[in-house]
Design a protein around this ligand. Structure first.
Ligand code: S3P
Length: 438
């Protein structure tokens, strides 16, 4: 075996000698869709079956919260069955709902719980305790929600006293699917028609899934309208592979010499597939074969080969379509010819960690030519990278960026707190090991 992964309690040593990556993998289920499948199944009446569920820590936090609300959830490998009599039958939880590291769980549950008749308290880990919640709490309060929390509801722990809600017409101040989804899910219980207006289109899994569960919703040129009081009905949800997880192997396949990686069942919903557009712009050797364009969430088989790449500019309305992929795109840019500019991405500062600071600080330690800007970063390439001791900041995507970087470093990377990768991709190192040519 050419790769060596040594795991101590806090630090993983990543060392590879002239690696190449060859073979096929199926990346685990999409995190955003897995969360929503359980949430919608819990809201709906009847049984919901989910296949391809992501067994990452974030999605397990969502399951845990709904179990505390009395919803019956069975997990059998990546198949999950949710049985519910509908939202009115949930129980008031005796315990605090713990959302772990998951922003999606925390923010979407705020929207869902606001319109119940229950009193609930939600809290998460140290990272969640620093992430802004007013972006969700403010529109929910406009709908009548009763939410209390630190700094007037900006930070967890948050206490929600469920109440009757009124629909709103809400123009989104930031491109955020979590905010949009929280408002729409509150709208499900509100009196009247909720309207959400987006200037830049964020991921639309909530809109697609509302339809799958039998609701009527209209989407027209960034305006979403949705009548309150609709009853969702249990159904089957097939979760595609997560393009945000595939992204790490798309980049690894392009920058590691003599590589060819095939990934099947990758979710290529156009509101998520910005990284495919960027790889094409940069000149990657890549093919995308659509598998299923008709289902609720389209999928494709994506093949990537080692590529000669050119720098590019990434800005404007593509940003929400690849926001989670920017850390790994930054690493990609260190290997491209010329300058890559990333702008309009200030949202990176409020992710699991400040990803502008984290990416720039850690890639600099490896010798990259990269500078932070107010709303992104500027990267000059190509540069040869050398190993160093890196921090993940407890952020799964920074951890995986470091692991992929180690494949092109002459000397080892020692990665602190690599365990956080299990938040979204618990089998990441197994897949990497399967692909390494031995
Ligand atoms: C998500 C939306 C995005 C994304 C996050 C998942 C979702 O966050 O970064 O990983 O499932 O709705 P924002 O809504 O903060 O942009």
């Amino acid at each position: 075996m050419k790769g060596v992964f040594k795991l101590t309690s806090t630090t993983k040593v990543l060392e590879f000698k002239n690696p190449s990556l060859q073979g096929a993998i199926t990346v685990p289920g999409d995190k955003s869709i897995s969360h929503r499948a359980v949430m919608f199944g819990a809201i709906a009446k009847g049984q919901t079956t989910v296949s391809g569920f992501l067994l990452g820590e974030d999605c397990l936090s969502t399951i845990d919260c709904f179990r505390k609300l009395g919803v019956n959830i069975k997990v059998d490998g990546t198949n999950v069955t949710v049985t519910s009599d509908g939202i009115d039958e949930w129980q008031e939880p005796k315990e605090v709902l713990y959302t772990g590291n998951s922003g999606t769980t925390t923010r979407l549950m705020l929207g869902i719980l606001s319109g119940t008749s229950l009193h609930t308290i939600m809290t998460g880990d140290a990272s969640i305790g620093k992430r802004p919640m007013r972006r969700v709490v403010d529109p929910l309060r406009q709908m009548g929600a009763k939410i209390a929390g630190r700094d007037n509801g900006q930070f967890t722990p948050l206490a929600i006293q469920g109440t009757k809600l009124q629909a709103i017409d809400y123009s989104m101040p930031v491109a955020s699917a979590q905010v949009k989804s929280a408002v729409l899910l509150a709208g499900l219980r509100a009196e009247g028609t909720t309207i959400v207006r987006e200037k830049e289109i964020s991921r639309d899994h909530t809109e697609r899934m509302l339809r799958q569960f039998g609701a009527e919703i209209t989407v027209d040129d960034g305006v979403i309208s949705f009548k309150g009081g609709q009853q969702l009905l249990g159904t089957h949800v097939n979760v595609p592979g997560d393009i945000s997880s595939a992204a790490f192997f798309l980049v690894a396949g392009s920058i590691v010499p003599n590589s060819e990686i095939v990934m099947t069942n990758v979710g290529v919903n156009p509101t998520r597939a910005g990284i495919i557009e960027v790889l094409e712009q940069m000149g990657a050797n890549m093919s995308v074969k659509f598998e299923d364009e008709q289902s609720a969430e389209p999928t494709a088989t994506v093949t990537i080969q080692t590529s000669e790449l050119n720098g590019t500019t990434i800005e404007g309305d593509i940003i929400p379509r690849l926001i989670d992929e920017i850390p790994i795109i930054a690493l990609l840019a260190t290997q491209a010819n010329g300058t890559t500019v990333i702008r309009d991405a200030e949202e990176l500062k409020v992710k699991e960690t400040d990803r502008i600071t984290a990416v720039v600080t850690e890639l600099k330690k490896l010798g990259a030519d990269i500078e932070a800007t107010e709303d992104g970063m500027i990267i000059n390439g190509p540069t040869k990278l050398n190993g160093a001791r890196l921090k993940s900041y407890g952020d799964h995507r920074i951890g995986m960026m470091a692991a992929v970087a180690s494949l092109i470093c002459e000397t080892p990377i020692e990665l602190d707190d690599a365990e956080c990768i299990a938040v979204s991709y618990p089998t990441f190192f197994e897949h990497l090991n399967d692909l390494l040519v031995k």
